[in-house]
Each structure stands twice: as C-alpha cells, then as structure tokens.
Design a protein around this ligand. Sequence first.
Ligand code: 13P
Ligand code: SF4
Length: 304
Amino acid sequence: MKETILRLKKEKNALIMAHYYQRDEIQEIADFIGDSLALARKAAETDADIIVMCGVHFMGETAKILSPDKKVLVPDMDAGCSLADSCPADDFKTFVEAHPDHTVISYVNTSAAVKAHTDIVVTSGNALKIVSALPADEKIIFGPDRNLGSYINSVTGREMVLWPGACHVHDRFSLEKILELKKAHPEAKVLVHPECKRPLQLIADKVGSTAALLAFAQEDDAPEYIVVTESGILREMRLKCPEKRFIPAPPDEAGCQCNECDYMKLNTLQKVYECLRDETPEIHVDAEVAAKAVRSIERMLELS
Ligand code: 13P
Ligand code: SF4
C-alpha cells in the first residue's frame, strides 16, 4: 500500500502533508509533517499540482485558500474539528458586529467562513507573538478557543474578549491525573498544548504548539516528559529524541482514548491511497469567502 501511494504521488506530482496527530503509518509516507502553521506555510509555497492534506477539514481549506490553483484533497471529508464546530460562522458574525471597535483574531481551527469575518488568523505557534506585536491599547476579540485566549491574556496582561469554544480532546485532560503521573515521575517535565485548561497550563514546564513542544524536548535536558496533547505527536518526539522517555498524559476516565482526536484518526492509509487514486474528495471554498479569508491568513503569514 505504501509503495503504491508513493508511486502514485510521483506520477501525479502530489505532495502529501500530515499533521503530527495523524496515524503513524500516514506520517511515515508523508513528504512533510508539521503543526498547523508549518502546514499553512508549506501549502503556500509548494509547486506540486495536488496537495493531499492528511489532517482535518480546516487544514485543507487553509491550503486551498492559499493555493487556489491546486487540487487539495483530504482523505476523509468527515475529519472535522470540535473546536471549529464550536464557532458557527453566523454566530461569530453577530459576535464581531457586537464589538465594532475591536480587531478580530481567530485561531486557524475555524471554518473559511469564520476566517472571512477575521482580521488576523493565528495558530498556537504564533498567537502569542502576533498578539504581543499589536499596540497595547488595541481592543481585540479572540475566537474560538477560550483556553488559548486566556493563556495569551495571562501572558500579555491583555483583556481580549474571548469566544467560549474548546477542543474536546484538550479540554478534558485531567489535572488530578497529571499531578499523580508527575508524582510517579518526579524528573519528568510537563509539556502542555495551550488548548488545555488554565490549571494545566499553570503546572506546565512548557506551553506551546505541537512544533514548539517538540522543539523544547529536543533542546531541553530532562530525561522524561509528560505530554499533554494528542498522542500522535509522540511518534515524532520519540524519533527526534530516542534517548528520552515520553509519557502520554492519561485520559480522564480509565479505558477511554481521550488523548486521541477521533477526527484526525479518521484518515487511514487506505483512504490516502483512494483519494490519491480517484482525486477525490476535493476541497472547494466559495470564491467570495476565500477572497475575504485569504487576507486574514496572509496577514498571519506576514506577521509571523
Ligand atoms: P497545532 O497548531 O499545534 O498544530 O495544533 C493544531 C490542533 O488542532 C491542536 O489540537
Ligand atoms: Fe480540532 Fe481538537 Fe482535533 Fe485539534 S485535537 S483537530 S482542535 S478536535
């Protein structure tokens, strides 16, 4: 299966991109693996004819908006995102209209329609930098992730108005269980994605995007890390730091795979093969929406 995918990819001048949360076997055949920011940057600069975005729907949309002439495929159209779903575009528009003198900042985990109502898109990899670069008295509304928003507020001292959205994976990691794990592994440092709740951010040795957590583990000298984000990132951490031990954060209930994003895991090797073979399902973004959304994404790329 892998060989066939690699052959098809070459024949069709396709680029296979994968987010760190993808299944191991998909990361193994990808040309490029990264966090949301790196995937957006790569999509904007590639000269491939086809982009196979192994991630979730909004990642495919962002790629299509940045590379409208390319065919952007996603292996499973049902690979959505609970965080993006927590922010319907019509409700967000009402929220924006209720704050007329505010700059609108949206996390990349949103639909193209929400990005069309946004001034600047951010990812977890650049949100702090971009918000910090804005004048201190600039009024900001931030959506849809309330945990990332409150993290930025706490670090910058700002009072951004937050949309009350959250990710179903990151929002349910248990502080209690992670403290127990920390007791059992006193030398371990705690790596936390900013989509996790505030108490988890407060006990973290590092809060950052998947790429930032990976970079921290590579540069740091601890022997062990408790990784409080989706467990797909463990593959790359173990590859990059084979001498270190990475312990996945425990889910909140015994037996539940709460540290896995079921949307990300909808993509399989079989679906990657079929989508490359049949060149479907393909991402389409309404031209009017794309024309508005591209401004906020390009603003992000300029500022980061
Ligand atoms: P990154 O920006 O770290 O890639 O995170 C994306 C995401 O969906 C986290 O849940
Ligand atoms: Fe969305 Fe959460 Fe899955 Fe990331 S982990 S894609 S935020 S549902």
